[in-house]
Design a protein around this ligand. Structure first.
Ligand code: MSP
Length: 655
């Protein structure tokens, strides 16, 4: 059995109030990897956590009217927060770090000082674009149309005092690491890093800010907070106890065996992080694996694009294991994958309901039907193996090695493909041996039938062991159904054909993966996943000011509706005859037919502006405009005419 330690990490997540399955993707992959390594006998430390500092959080908390700490607490530990999501997805992390944890904060201050003391952090000037009203620095690329992305106002060139990390000093060593070792995988990501970031010239990195406060203060220069990426990347060592007393595992687990990260943050992990470790004289992680994105409708799933898929909805409908399985079975880990509900249901139906589910239910049902639930002693032995026996046995006994090779290369999709080849072979074996025909003459064929069923149980057992890291709960149920106890669920027994005792006693149980009605579920999902419209949407208030004298020129009056008629050939317009207190009728046209029936308005007292220049619409004159309140509700435009108390006489001035 392989032994040793295995330290695996996911990125630490920004607290987001809309966690989606894109977020879960990396964590589920890391969980499958951690469970696989535990199965192999490794002493695993699996770390995940949350990245809780920075200006964005400070701003969002301010908007919500709470402190940044209250804000992050709510999203991390609150209902359906980060911790809840990992529980839902059955994530087996051994440790969870929050960058607001006191021990981490202290450790970051020490780490910052280490790099300052050895001369790799120095004080300089940060030059950027500054928005005075917002007191914020922006980079050129953050500006929107050259203006402040927050308030839309002009920005000015400005400087602030800041600390810098000598990233440039490590450019050569980092390039060598990327080009000449297996540090960064998949290999295709290496060129991108070297050509886009290192070759154009690595500049020193600004590692402190003074324009906001929600961060870890530089202890020897209060007023500066540590740049979030220095704070965040260091989590991988502070969570082991580096520069703190909270944990004592740094010596044991560091360097990490692998950091799993999404492709857009490979840059931080493969350039800045190694340079920081080099600066501190610490060993480098063995590998960084940059996985692809789960896209939805061809674009990265993200809250701002409004195309997120809610893991709670899917897990409730199809089960957590099916969802975990789908993510890793369908998309190659190193590339992007396009999530669709069809693909999810199709994968569940084909692989889990049809292939695996049927294999288990048919086999266990036949042992019940033909042997009363227990195979006779000796059914594991057969001295005249057929070509099909040999084929299935060979495929299943060699499966563990093929699977291991794929898992070691983080090729989850291929590892699962190997398993499903065996499952498909086993289903074919049922048809080849036609147990129902053998059962017609039990006296002659009983032992052969028992062996055929044994072969099926045994192949299922081996597949079940190797599927456990992906679908832990369902495989527990599968083992119970095929009658495989703890001793034959181990990694070593996965390479031993015949480990299941001959007198196996399977129990037909609940359907492990019920078939899904594609059409019905797609329709339901479309409803559930429709982007939620905000309940009430209001027109933003005008920033442009109007001077008082101009405003006073607008003449608003109470008007009484004497008559109201639809306008011929117009779907929108109603034609009002109004008493405006002058003694002469006033005609106003208004595009409100969608919201009002003409007869309902007769006799009402409304408000109109009466000194607009006359307009012609559909050949009719309109002398003024009726005032309405408009807003959107659940995406739909709503309009309400402003109606005032009927006691107000026609012609009363509004001011
Ligand atoms: N806080 C940083 C990471 C710091 S690690 C020292 C961060 N957080 S994040 O919440 O924005 O993203 C966390 C991880 O989720 C990243 O690896 C990111 O790639 C991943 N994903 C977010 N959306 C994703 C998809 N739609 N698909 C796959 N993974 C994606 O970055």
């Amino acid at each position: 059995m392989s032994t040793g330690k295995f330290y695996i990490t996911t990125p630490i997540y920004y607290p987001s109030d809309k966690l989606h399955i894109g977020h879960a993707y990396c964590t589920v992959a890391a969980d499958a990897m951690a469970r696989y390594k535990r199965l192999c006998g490794y002493d695993v430390l699996f770390l995940t956590g949350t990245d809780e500092h920075g200006q964005k959080i400070e701003d969002k908390a301010r908007e919500a009217g709470i402190t940044p700490k209250q804000f992050v607490d709510r999203i991390v530990t609150g209902e359906r927060g980060v911790l809840d999501l990992w529980k839902l997805m059955n994530i087996s992390n051994d440790r969870f770090i929050r960058t607001t944890d006191e021990y981490h904060v202290k450790a970051i201050q020490r780490i910052f000082r280490r790099m300052y003391d050895n001369g790799d952090i120095y004080k300089g000037k940060y030059v950027g674009k500054y928005c005075k009203p917002c007191e914020s620095f922006w980079t050129e690329s953050q500006l929107v149309d050259g203006k402040c992305p927050d308030c839309g106002r002009e920005v000015v060139d400005a400087e602030e005092e800041a600390y810098f990390f000598r990233l440039s000093k490590y450019a050569g060593r980092v390039q060598d690491l990327l080009e000449n070792t297996d540090f960064l995988q998949p290999r295709s990501r290496v060129n991108e890093m070297v050509n886009n970031f290192i070759k154009p010239g690595l500049e020193d990195l600004c590692v402190s800010r003074t324009s906001f406060t929600w961060g870890i203060p530089v202890d020897f220069d209060p007023g500066h907070v540590v740049y979030v990426w220095i704070d965040a990347l260091s989590n991988y060592i502070t969570a082991l106890g580096f520069d703190n007393d909270q944990y004592q595992d740094y010596e044991k687990y560091w360097p990490a065996d692998v950091h799993f990260v999404g492709k857009e943050i490979v840059r931080f992990h493969s350039i800045i992080w190694p340079a920081m470790l080099m600066s501190m004289g610490l060993p480098l992680p063995k590998k960084v694996y940059g996985h692809g994105w789960l896209n939805f409708g061809g674009e990265k799933m993200s809250k701002s694009r409004g195309n997120v898929v809610d893991p709670y909805i899917l897990a409730e409908k199809f089960g957590v294991d099916a969802l975990r399985f789908f993510m890793l079975r369908t998309f190659p880990f190193g590339s992007d994958g396009n999530f669709t509900n069809e693909l999810l249901i199709q994968t569940i139906n084909t692989d889990l309901a049809n292939d695996l589910g049927n294999l288990v239910s048919r086999t266990t049902a036949m042992v019940g039907k033909y042997f009363g639930g227990r195979l006779p002693a000796g059914s594991d032995k057969w001295d005249r193996p057929t070509a099909e026996d040999k084929d299935l046995t060979a495929m299943a006994s060699g499966l563990r090695d093929r699977y291991e090779a794929e898992m070691e290369a983080f090729q989850f999709q291929n590892a699962l493909e190997e398993i499903f080849k065996v499952i498909q072979r086993a289903n074919k074996y049922i048809d080849e041996n036609a147990p129902w025909t053998l059962a017609k003459d039990m006296a002659a064929n009983g032992p052969r039938l028992a062996h055929v069923l044994y072969e099926l149980l045994e192949a299922t057992r081996i597949c079940g062991i190797l599927l456990t890291p992906f679908m832990p709960e369902s495989m527990e149920k599968l083992f119970a159904q095929i009658g495989a106890d703890e001793t034959v669920r181990t990694w070593s027994s996965a390479a031993v054909w015949g480990a299941l005792p001959g007198e196996a006693a399977p129990v037909k149980g609940e359907n492990l993966f019920p078939r899904i009605d594609m059409e019905k579920e797609l329709a339901e999902l479309a409803k559930l996943q429709a982007p939620a419209e905000p309940d009430i949407e209001l027109e933003p208030q005008s920033q442009e000011q109007v001077d008082f004298d101009t405003f006073c020129k607008s003449d608003f009056r109470a008007v009484k509706v004497k008559d109201c008629q639809p306008v011929k050939k117009s779907e929108k317009l109603l034609c009002f005859t109004l008493d405006d207190g002058t003694g002469a009728d006033r005609q106003i046209l208004s595009g409100i037919a969608k919201w009002y029936k003409p007869q309902d308005l007769i006799g009402k007292t409304l408000v109109a502006i009466v000194n607009l220049p006359p307009r012609k619409m559909m050949g009719l004159a309109s002398n003024g405009m009726l005032i309405s309140a408009v807003h959107r509700e659940k995406g739909e435009e709503k309009l309400n005419l402003l109606m005032v108390d009927d006691a107000i006489p026609a012609g009363a001035k509004m001011c």
